[in-house]
Design a protein around this ligand. Structure first.
Ligand code: SF4
Ligand code: SF4
Length: 431
């Protein structure tokens, strides 16, 4: 009974803390400007099923794709077993599903154990790729300190959880074969049964190992759940809404700024009546000037570096890394949220995403090629943030680089980016 009460307290605390942190992230995302992504729901469901559920953009790197699939499927499927652990914890039962499912239970446990081995293998390979092979994609100025440790922590946690799962089953299986107490025969254990020879023979030690691993496994999973909101692994949850709300228009299509469009319409069409609403800031200076979708993108970023590895600016040695753009945006909106929690909603720390996090050099290095959005496995759009910040620099500060100012002048005067007048445009044909 005491065990059940302790379990209930641990479970309730974990769920409460997780809900509170998810609520904060949701609040932070909604600090962004409104943008309508409610159109074409059927197309959106299809995109989500293809990209998030089907992992369709992972296939370009087959080794990573297969390993990631093991972890993804293993994580989802093995956690069905967590339901049994939770019910056992709450009702004081042991392997509550074994009687009800009969032969099917063997199939479940067998699949969970095989998946656990695949997850373990994938985690070891991923750790080696990051720390021994030192793949270039996982380095960069934004991948130091916390982001570097975060990636390792999560792999180590998963290794510990899977090991505890297999050890728990091994001890349980041995107790079952000894027909000890309530450890009734409950299916086949294809992997953990191979480990039984490494375990002690005394039933008291076996029970201690089984119970310790049981608690470690479930408390570990609840701790993992609460770690997610502080980690890039929050993408496990956000990948689904983020792909649902992804941009459906062609990648190269830029959206017009409504306030500017209204101005132009008013100039060209005297009958056009613009809305009375005063235009807000042009472009984005801080994270709150971006849309909620940009901010959801930022919280969904897996820090995989696929965008940066294909970015022509980054490849040619420029300062720009689209991954850093996303991580900076996430860090800044999180900082704004923390300031609100600590000092009230009106507090301003006199910092901004522009200059304090992202430099102008980074922004102007972008070629707007969209290779980053194409490569992103969860349909994140770093370019949209870059463009909005450039719009701010150009339209609010008139601080575009000199070469661009010349081009703007030419467009204004000649209707083309070149310095020749309209009248001289066909001179080439006379030569
Ligand atoms: S759009 Fe900009 S940030 Fe993205 S890959 Fe191209 S140059 Fe890099
Ligand atoms: S933006 Fe996409 S591709 Fe780039 S690091 Fe984040 S998840 Fe990976």
């Amino acid at each position: 009974m005491i065990g059940q009460i302790v379990f209930l307290i641990v479970l309730a605390t974990a769920i409460y803390l997780f809900s509170r942190n998810v609520g904060r992230i949701r609040r932070n995302i909604l600090l962004g400007k409104d943008t309508d992504r409610s159109d074409r729901p059927a197309e959106r469901w299809k995109t989500m099923a293809r990209v998030a559920l089907g992992q369709s953009k992972m296939g370009k790197r087959p080794v990573a794709a297969v390993m990631h699939l093991f972890i993804y499927v293993g994580f989802v499927i093995i956690n069905i077993e967590v339901l049994e652990i939770v019910l056992d914890g709450l009702f004081g039962t042991h392997r509550i599903f074994s009687r009800a499912l009969g032969g099917l239970y063997s199939l479940f446990i067998g699949s969970f154990e095989i998946l656990a081995v695949l997850v373990l293998t994938a985690c070891v390979v991923f750790l080696a790729r990051r720390n021994l092979l030192k793949l270039k994609r996982f380095s960069g100025m934004e991948m130091k300190e916390w982001p570097k440790s975060d990636a390792n922590y999560i792999l180590i946690i998963e290794i510990c959880l899977m090991t505890a799962f297999l050890l728990m089953n091994a001890a349980d299986y041995k107790l079952q074969t000894l027909q000890y107490n309530h450890y009734i025969k409950a299916g086949s254990f294809p992997v953990s049964s191979l480990l039984t020879s490494f375990l002690a023979g005394q039933t008291s030690t076996l029970v201690a190992i089984e119970r310790a691993c049981w608690w470690f496994h479930i408390v570990g999973i609840l701790a993992f759940l609460n770690y997610l909101p502080y980690s890039k692994h929050f993408h496990i949850l956000l990948a689904f809404p983020n792909t649902y709300y992804s941009k459906l228009e062609p990648k190269g299509e830029f959206s017009n700024m409504a306030s500017v469009t209204n101005e132009v319409k008013a100039m060209l069409d005297p009958s056009f009546v613009p809305t009375a609403e005063a235009p807000g800031r042009f472009g984005a200076k801080d994270a709150t000037d971006l849309t909620w979708k940009n901010l959801m993108d930022a919280y969904t970023c897996t820090e995989c570096g696929r965008c940066t590895s294909v970015c022509p600016a980054n490849i040619t040695g420029k300062l720009l890394s689209p991954r850093k753009i996303m991580m900076d945006t996430r860090d800044r909106i999180t900082e704004i949220g923390k300031n609100m929690d600590q000092h009230g909603n009106d507090h301003h720390d006199n910092k901004a995403l522009l200059d304090d996090y992202i430099t102008r050099e980074e922004l102007w290095a972008c070629t707007t090629c969209n290779a980053c959005t194409e490569a992103c496995p969860v349909n994140i759009d770093p370019l949209n943030i870059i463009v909005q910040m450039r719009q701010y620099i150009v339209m609010e500060e008139s601080a575009a680089p000199a070469s661009l100012n010349n081009m703007f002048g030419n467009v204004e005067n000649n209707g083309a980016p070149w310095k020749y007048s309209n009248a001289d445009r066909f001179n080439w044909a006379d030569k």
